[in-house]
Design a protein around this ligand. Structure first.
Ligand code: FES
Length: 307
């Protein structure tokens, strides 16, 4: 989709507003230039930024959107979606692009002067030349799942099987099918068209505290952003349900290093055992404060909706 507006020939139609997940992003690939990330805030505003963090190049499209700020998934710099500037104490800036929404359609002007060019920042903020913009078909669709489909059951078996060699049984806390069907557990699967790409779950613990369970990416979809997408979904869902804290247990072994790195990139920090967990050298416990302030999309809302 790259239709030029008759009113403004430099504007390019890139997608529909509904194609950008609320509090998420959609990536536009560019021939001969860095990709552009389109962000949509809770209030429906859309912003376009170069998809490259001014710190060390992290993919901003995989960051967390809160208010009009995106937090880089790698080292948690907070960048203004409006100006592209890093929030203090960090210093830097990412290029932003003019974007507008008309009748549910998103228009971008990659050839215009960037909306923000901050001389003196010394980082990024220079507009690259005009380049062809084309939407990337992310193809990843997160669905509430009833744990009955053969693909999901097969991946769950694989998930549990892969845990068997990692630690003694008493140190393994992955939920089986019965456990995942318990009240208080909500389970989602991620689909790439007809192909199962992964799954993840949220467990209600207390009024203010939820736990992440059963994060798994299908072997066919490793390193394609599936886990990041699911993790962001779980964080947003937990915040929407009114929890103020989200925690998880994962393994301490090398097998789980990528998972620990992913959680840390989203701001999770090590914490003591929580809930019914006990200290265990085979376990690492991590937690994230998701309590919001007024106006923050993570602001707790009186909705539980645990299925
Ligand atoms: S790469 Fe974004 S904060 Fe380091």
């Amino acid at each position: 989709m790259s239709t030029s507006s008759t009113a403004a020939p430099d504007w390019v139609e890139v997608c529909r507003l509904d194609d950008i997940p609320a509090l998420g992003a959609r990536v536009l690939e560019r021939d001969g230039g860095d990709n552009i990330a389109l962000f949509r805030t809770a209030s429906g505003n859309v912003f376009a930024l170069r998809d490259r963090c001014p710190h060390k190049g992290g993919p901003l499209s995989q960051g967390i959107v809160a208010g009009e700020t995106v937090t880089c998934p790698l080292h948690s710099w907070n960048l203004s979606l409006d100006s592209g500037e890093a929030r203090a104490p960090d210093v830097g800036c990412v290029t932003t692009y003019p974007v507008r929404v008309e009748d549910g359609v998103v228009w971008l002007s990659p050839g215009l002067t960037p909306a923000a060019a901050h001389a003196g920042s010394g980082v990024d903020c220079q507009h690259s030349s005009s380049a062809t913009v084309a939407p990337v078909q992310s193809g990843l669709d997160i669905r509430l799942d009833n744990l009955e489909g053969p693909e999901v059951l097969a991946l769950l078996r694989e998930h549990l099987g892969s845990m068997e060699h990692t630690a003694p049984a008493e140190s393994r806390h992955a939920l089986d099918l019965v456990g995942l069907r318990e009240p208080g557990i909500t389970f989602w699967s991620v689909w790439d068209g007809p192909a199962l790409a992964g799954f993840g779950a949220l467990k209600h613990m207390t009024e203010s505290h939820a736990e992440i369970k059963s994060m798994r990416t299908a072997a066919s979809h490793l390193r394609r952003g599936v886990a990041s997408k699911m993790l962001r979904h779980l964080i947003q869902e937990a915040a929407t349900r009114g929890y103020s804290r989200l925690s998880l247990e994962t393994g301490s072994m090398e097998f789980f290093e990528a998972a620990r790195h992913l959680y840390a990139s989203f701001g999770f920090t090590p914490c003591p055992p929580f809930g019914d967990y006990r200290p265990d050298p085979n376990s690492v416990f991590m937690t994230l404060d998701i309590a919001g302030s007024p106006g923050d999309p993570f602001d707790p809302k009186p909705r539980r909706g645990v299925t």
